[in-house]
Design a protein around this ligand. Structure first.
Ligand SMILES: Cc1cc2nc3c(=O)[nH]c(=O)nc-3n(C[C@H](O)[C@H](O)[C@H](O)COP(=O)(O)OP(=O)(O)OC[C@H]3O[C@@H](n4cnc5c(N)ncnc54)[C@H](O)[C@@H]3O)c2cc1C
Ligand code: FES
Length: 1257
């Protein structure tokens, strides 16, 4: 949730737990020892093995997530010095990384589990052993204090009083004194709600652990979920299975409940009392009839958790003065069966879409239902019981007829309005039936085991079209462990004879990795505070399109620490900004998106500025917004210019084709989700308008230019400095400027340093992301699958300004062929102008959208021809020397080599047969596989951007300070540049240092983007080094046996100080369709296999094989890291990450709670990456190739493997024609596409007859 992805280890009662620093209340840390990443090791003395191994195994890239991951591992090691691989994977359930693709982290940490397979990327024999005796001890003073009598504590803040009682009696008395005060236990819910507490008791319930009763187990309401889990695991192992049915269900829910950091602090009682309609435990507690004991100064009462417990959205029958004391979860009886199911957008650490607890009790020795309770979450404002359905099913036999009636009844009872909050209405309704079906089968299976023969009647008749044996349906229940079993990389080797000290081509560790692992690496917001510094909070529009009638900041003035409100009238230069001069620093009269910046509040602290910003009042006159591509097409709301690429004779091509296929595909946008949000610190220098800006940006030049423009000063007064970013992915190519210019104006106005780091929700709201795309196509092809003619229209949702949208659309059009030779092409690219925040650059820059639509028609035409998709794809692949649709000749075309290697290394054909067999045997689980190529053009499509600069300082001691135009955002650019300089100068990498990127060392830098930064900056560095070497040459000749230091010191007298730039030869004309937009192409092929659960829409990534041409790799560890990182980001794009907007253009998905990026458990169970050998690239430095963006698209293989699996499911329902599957392939889309009897029972409402909760933008 927080931007600062830090984490800590809490030590209670001498055991170690991870917790989220941003959620844990400081007041609750009394008597608790806290260990942070800085406390376990450092670069000055010694790294802890958890720090050393993540660094050396290349598991730290931008490094922003690294401290959190290190602390998860450290905690595990403190509790279990010899963990199993499963323990390691489970420990990371609550950690996210946007850079590494997780593989290197797991590989490095696997060494603790002694499950290491050899890795060519690091040498595990170098690792220090783990020595548990060397860990810090629990502070003795805390130990002695814990034995003393505790006293009630009270903390008072400006607006908050926090009381920590020590006994239940004190707590009850306080609650009667302050009935409306909130209890805080784990704070995981309270913190999120950001509510004001007046009194809290963080620890009392923790002491009431558990009591085993005759009827069940009673847990103190404040037991943490981890302790509940631990207790139940032990109990279940000892109890006879029939008694542990409910406990098993609780464990099943806890398995996917948040991550360990939450489960370690969140309480059972907190989950109940939060009364969330999507709580995971409440349906289980309700269906099992768990008992709750409440206490107040009036005494105790015990109630059953039934349909009367929740009285409304987040309301219960518990009185304000009452405290939930304990929860009794019952034992199950003989003849009683219980299951719980949950479906979320992501398996790990995600809240439910629909969740349920289901219980049935049979009459003794029969299959006749005596009692049944079905409880659902996610279907109403509270957890609900399906009372009507349960009533109807009571007394009935457990058979197919019951199943059919139950589904019919549930479809009626668990109905949802088509406008229901949360959307996904058809999916949620279908899930209620799917879950019941799973429950039905589970019970049937247990019945048949327990009472052989009594249920044979239940097997009569089949509940599916076509009829089948029950066995194939039981597969729907298997949900085995999916552990990351194997990952392997195959590298290029450096040529024989390459000097040991020549690091080019070797897997050199990221130069900042060790600092990142110790929490020492400095990011923008880590810069120490300046005296007099102010904090800024933005005030942004809540309307997508409106006139501003008034802005009233008067109430903000009464907030302590308030300094001033800044708005358009404070801009000393021009308020007009943006790449196309179509944006404002501050909105003046009109707002054109939710999140449009109207003003900002400055205060002495972050907390005060936030509070003040909240009370700034804005009055609007609303105007009709345009939100979706569809609406923009209807209203012809387009950003000009419209681009076309035409080749050959499309009409003739269609006439000659055997078949023509027309269709449409929509691809959703994507949030960058860099772990470090936008951040700027502006420091006015007090003279001549000088200002120093510390910014998290990929684009120093535009940041400097836009700031100078807003301040009305020449660029030479503005210095922009970037040390490193915690991720960028294109999101900091231009959009940081909307924050930087505001912060700079505020600093100018006040003459004081001003800082602002956006919260995650603000960042997601205002800064835009990847362009959503709609592709309409008409493709003509022959019976053998050969494509003859293609007509496509691409529409991108550009948002409210041009920004980089034209470039994005150009790249989409230039990649509409993916890797296929299409003789006749007619294409048009249109950018829609809408009332959304401006969309912008994102890794791939339109290329993935362009290629994805190509693969859509390619996969459908293969189906239409009835041919294997891999054969049709191969048939259409380009050959060496072919001309693309933009008339660029393909030279050094290694794609066919990648294709053949991938096909063979993945054992494609043999596995395909196994998949066919699997699909025949399983009705509700299906597997699919797909192999996809990619060809990615390397260069900025704006030719002049393909320039770079470098400044190399050689000091008299021989050390080298290297500066170049590129920024470090985790991609290892600085590491690679040091390798290049090291080879160019012939000195060790340890002699070379990069401190930062800044506008006063290398001017007019192109953004670090388009994958070319290593190419262009590497060339500039190489040139600069050559110049130095040339100057040193006479000195070397006069002293051939001298050392580098000797030569440098002699050169000092010759004033050696050098810089150089390099500009490649490029340029393309859209009008004439001629020229050369790209310097060269990067190629790759991926083959992926997935398994889908047809009933829930869940999918698992079974295996991915990638073969990538990266030329001669500069650093295979970094390049492999880029491949796995990009493909994981692609996995998110195509299968998981979904931005959801209201019809009025309001973004709902403003944080990790609703927007899901891939987690550790989402990477393929088997992941093989190999770099193509012997493919030097003559067009880039040391024969390398760009690798940042090209592999991202390869995750389309997962999407089309899912589509392949859905084909198989649909075939069982008698559907064989091509069907539409939009991206991302979320569980909702997968489930809805697997049309079957259950989906048919939940038909969609007629579009246009209702207002949907969310729209596809
Ligand atoms: C990242 C994240 C992931 C999550 N994932 C899930 C998930 O997968 N499934 C899920 O169901 N939930 C999830 N949650 C929600 C949350 O963790 C749970 O609801 C948790 O159990 C709340 O417990 P707590 O101790 O933190 O409650 P707190 O935040 O301390 O309190 C929550 C509410 O309960 C009240 N309360 C607490 N104890 C008592 C008591 N004894 N008597 C009376 N009132 C009381 C408090 O006053 C407050 O109103 C997630 C939350 C986060 C932040
Ligand atoms: S290294 Fe994990 S987010 Fe960057």
């Amino acid at each position: 949730q927080c931007a600062q992805a830090n984490e800590m280890t809490l030590i209670y009662y001498f055991s170690h737990h991870t917790a989220n620093a941003c959620l844990f209340p400081v007041c609750a840390l009394h008597h608790v020892a806290v260990t942070t990443v800085e406390g376990i090791g450092n670069t000055k003395s010694r790294l802890h093995p958890a720090q050393e191994r993540i660094a050396k195994s290349h598991g730290s890239q931008c490094g922003f997530c690294t401290p959190g991951i290190v602390m998860s591992m450290y905690t595990l090691l403190r509790n279990k010095p010899e963990p199993k691989m499963e323990d390691i994977e489970d420990a990371f359930q609550g950690n996210l990384c946007r850079c590494t693709g997780y593989r290197p982290i797991l590989e490095g940490y696997r060494t603790f589990a002694k499950a290491m397979m050899s890795s060519s990327l690091f040498n595990s024999s170098e690792f220090q052993p783990l020595d548990p005796t060397q860990e810090p001890i629990f502070p003795p003073e805390l130990m002695t204090q814990s034995n003393k009598q505790q006293k009630q504590l009270c903390f008072r803040g400006e607006r908050v009083m926090w009381i920590q009682p020590t006994t239940l009696k004190e707590l009850v008395a306080l609650k009667s004194q302050y009935p409306n005060a909130k209890l805080v236990v784990g704070n995981t819910e309270m913190r999120l709600k950001n509510m004001l507490h007046s009194y809290n008791h963080p620890s009392v319930g923790r002491t009431i652990l558990l009591i085993c009763l005759f009827t069940g187990i009673t847990f103190g309401a404040a037991c943490t979920l981890s302790s509940v889990e631990e207790v139940l695991r032990k109990v279940v192992a000892e109890l006879p299975p029939y008694k542990a049915e409910v406990f098993q269900a609780v464990l099943e829910q806890l398995r996917w409940f948040a991550g360990p950091q939450i489960r370690n602090v969140a309480a059972l009682g907190g989950n109940i009392m939060t009364a969330s309609p999507i709580s995971d435990l409440n349906p289980v507690l309700m269906a099992s009839g768990s008992k709750l004991t409440l206490v107040s100064n009036q005494g105790k009462r015990t109630i059953t958790m039934d349909e009367k417990f929740f009285t409304g959205y987040r309301k219960t029958i518990v009185k304000p003065e009452e405290i939930l004391l304990s929860v009794e979860i019952p034992y199950s009886k003989k003849g009683e069966y219980f299951s719980a199911f949950k479906q979320a957008s992501r398996r790990e650490d995600d809240i439910a879409i629909v969740t349920c607890g289901m219980r049935v009790l049979f009459q003794d020795g029969t299959n006749r239902v005596e009692e049944i309770k079905l409880s659902y979450g996610g279907m109403a404002p509270t957890t609900v019981l399906a009372l009507k359905t349960c009533k109807e099913l009571t007394g009935r036999d457990w058979n197919e007829k019951l199943l059919q009636d139950a589904c019919r009844l549930l479809a009626g009872e668990m109905d949802l309005s088509p406008s229901a909050p949360g959307g996904m209405v058809d999916f949620r309704r279908t899930l209620t039936l799917s879950f019941f079906f799973k429950f039905y089968l589970t019970v049937l299976q247990k019945l048949s085991k327990n009472h052989n023969g009594t249920v044979s009647a239940a097997r009569e008749g089949r509940f599916r079209e076509g009829g089948s044996v029950l066995q194939d349906e039981l597969s729907s229940l298997e949900d085995g462990e999916w552990r990351i079993s194997w990952s392997c990389v195959l590298l290029q080797e450096v040529p024989r004879g390459q000097a040991v000290e020549d690091m080019v081509g070797r897997p050199l560790m990221h130069v900042s990795a060790a600092k990142q692992a110790c929490g020492e690496a400095v990011y923008c917001d880590d810069i120490p505070h300046y005296e007099n510094e102010l904090y800024l909070t933005l005030v942004t529009s809540t309307k997508a399109h409106a006139k501003i009638l008034s802005v009233d900041a008067s109430e903000a003035q009464s907030v302590p620490g308030f300094v001033c409100f800044v708005s358009a009238k404070d801009v000393p230069g021009s308020n007009i900004t943006g790449i196309a001069n179509d944006e404002t620093v501050f909105a003046e009269d009109v707002v054109t998106c939710v999140g449009h910046i109207i003003g900002a509040v400055l205060a002495d602290t972050q907390e005060h500025s936030r509070r003040a910003a909240k009370v700034v009042k804005i009055k609007y006159e609303e105007l009709k917004p345009i939100v979706t591509i569809q609406e923009a097409i209807e209203k012809q709301s387009f950003l000009k210019s419209i681009k076309r690429i035409n080749k050959g004779d499309v009409k003739k091509g269609f006439e000659e084709s055997d078949h023509i296929l027309e269709g449409e595909m929509y691809l959703g946008g994507q949030e960058h989700f860099y772990l470090e949000t936008h951040c700027t610190l502006a420091v006015p220098k007090g003279e001549d308008g000088e200002m120093e800006l510390f910014v998290s940006t990929q684009n120093l030049m535009k940041t400097q230019e836009f700031t100078a423009n807003a301040l009305g000063v020449p660029s030479n007064r503005i210095v922009v400095r970037v040390k490193r970013m915690g991720g960028g992915f294109g999101g900091k190519e231009t959009r940081n400027t909307i924050l930087t210019t505001v912060v700079a104006v505020a600093a100018f106005k006040t003459g004081r340093p001003v800082r602002c780091m956006l919260d995650r929700d603000e960042d997601m709201l205002i800064s835009g992301g990847r362009h959503p795309f709609l592709g309409r196509y008409k493709v003509g092809f022959m019976k053998n699958g050969k494509v003859k003619s293609l007509e496509v229209s691409y529409y991108g949702n550009g948002g409210n300004s041009v920004d980089l949208s034209y470039g994005v659309m150009d790249r989409a059009l230039l990649h509409l062929d993916n890797s296929y030779n299409i003789p006749n092409v007619s294409s048009v690219g249109i950018v829609c102008k809408t009332n959304l925040p401006s969309n912008t650059a994102f890794r791939g820059f339109g290329g993935p959208q362009g290629m994805m639509i190509a693969e859509c028609w390619m996969s459908d035409l293969a189906r239409k021809c009835g041919l294997p998709p891999e054969e049709v794809r191969k048939l259409n692949l380009y050959h060496e020397g072919d001309l693309t649709h933009f008339n660029q000749k393909l030279e050094g075309f290694t794609l066919r080599r990648c294709w053949d290697e991938c096909l063979s290394s993945s054992s494609y054909h043999a596995r395909k047969k196994l998949i066919e067999e699997f699909n025949k045997q399983n009705r509700w689980k299906k597997r699919g596989m797909c192999i996809i190529p990619t060809k990615f053009g390397i260069s900025f499509t704006v030719p002049f951007l393909n320039q770079a600069g470098a400044l190399v300082h050689v000091y008299t001691d021989g050390s080298v300070l290297l500066t170049h135009g590129g920024t470090e955002m985790g991609q290892g650019l600085h590491t690679k540049m040091i390798q290049v300089a090291s080879r160019s100068l012939g000195i060790p990498t340890s002699n070379i240092y990069i401190s930062e990127t800044s506008t006063n060392t290398v001017p007019n830098t192109s953004p670090t983007a388009a994958s070319v930064s290593a190419d262009i900056n590497g060339m500039a560095i190489h040139n600069a080094c050559q110049t130095i070497l040339k100057r040193l040459e006479p000195i070397k000749q006069s002293n051939p046996k001298g050392s580098w230091e000797d030569w440098v010191s002699s050169a000092y007298e010759n004033c050696v100080s050098l810089s150089a730039t390099g500009i490649p030869d490029l340029g393309y004309d859209f009008e004439k369709n001629e020229g050369k937009p790209f310097c060269y192409f990067s190629y790759g092929v991926a083959c992926s296999e997935v398994e889908i659960d047809c009933l829930t829409g869940d999918h698992k990534n079974i295996r991915t094989d990638i073969v990538m041409d990266v030329g001669t790799s500069l650093n295979p560890a970094i390049d492999i890291g880029q491949v796995t990182w990009a493909s994981t980001q692609g996995l998110g794009l195509f299968t998981m990450e979904e931005l959801r907007y209201s019809p009025e253009g309001n973004l709902y998905t403003r944080g990790p709670g609703m927007y899901k990026i891939p987690a550790f458990g989402d990477i393929p169970t088997e992941f093989y990456v190999s770099l193509l050998r012997d493919c030097p690239n003559s067009k880039a430095v040391y024969s390398s190739k760009a690798v940042g963006e090209p592999p991202l698209f390869l995750s389309a293989s997962v999407f089309y493997a899912i589509k392949d699996a859905i084909y198989s499911a649909r075939k069982d329902s008698g559907l064989t024609e091509p069907f539409r599957l939009d991206s991302p392939a979320t569980p909702e889309r997968i489930r809805n596409a697997c049309v079957d009897i259950f989906t048919k029972m939940c038909p969609s409402a007629e579009p246009g007859t209702f207002k949907p909760w969310s729209v596809r933008v």
